[in-house]
Design a protein around this ligand. Structure first.
Ligand code: HEC
Length: 132
């Protein structure tokens, strides 16, 4: 009985240790991402990228589109990907704004407006450069 309890204690300790080191890995990874909510990402980065696309530089929007579905809620990922693919395949990346907003914007803002997303810091740096 006692041996069993000892094992349980030891096992719990091991689990805590593993979780702690895992958490520190996740935190360390955060160094490479920038956290904000979807609204701020849209306003500060996607909106300017849309303006650049109108002027003929579609690369910033396309770079955003590469990761945007991965920032969606799990249940929305496929639909976001489809909306983006449709716009890109039509050769009009900016038509994706409306396509996705119609289906998602209001509901997302209402339910998940505060949800933080982790955007690769590299992409943020690129977008800031592109906006200049
Ligand atoms: C695949 C989905 C998707 C695409 C594509 C997309 N958005 Fe959004 N956008 C959203 C969602 C969801 C919100 C709501 C976020 C919130 O307010 O919480 C939003 C909100 C916004 C907002 C802030 C709210 C507002 O209406 O002022 C702006 C600005 C915006 N998007 C601009 C753009 C532009 C410009 C493009 C295209 C270049 C674009 N978005 C493409 C999903 C998308």
């Amino acid at each position: 009985m006692l041996a069993k309890q000892r094992f349980k204690q030891w096992y719990t300790l091991l689990m805590v240790a593993m979780l702690t080191s895992f958490a520190s890995l996740v935190i360390a990874d955060d160094g490479a991402t920038v956290q904000m909510n979807m609204h701020d990402f849209m306003k500060q980065y996607i909106k300017p990228a849309g303006k650049l696309a109108k002027k003929g530089n579609e690369e910033p929007v396309l770079r955003i589109y590469q990761i945007l579905p991965s920032l969606a809620l799990a249940e929305d990922k496929d639909q976001w990907q489809a909306a983006i693919d449709k716009a890109v395949e039509a050769g009009k990346p900016n038509s994706g704004c409306r396509g996705c907003h119609k289906a998602n914007k209001r509901a997302y803002a209402k339910k998940n407006g505060d949800r933080l997303i982790a955007i690769p810091a590299e992409l943020i740096a690129y977008l800031e450069q592109a906006q200049r």
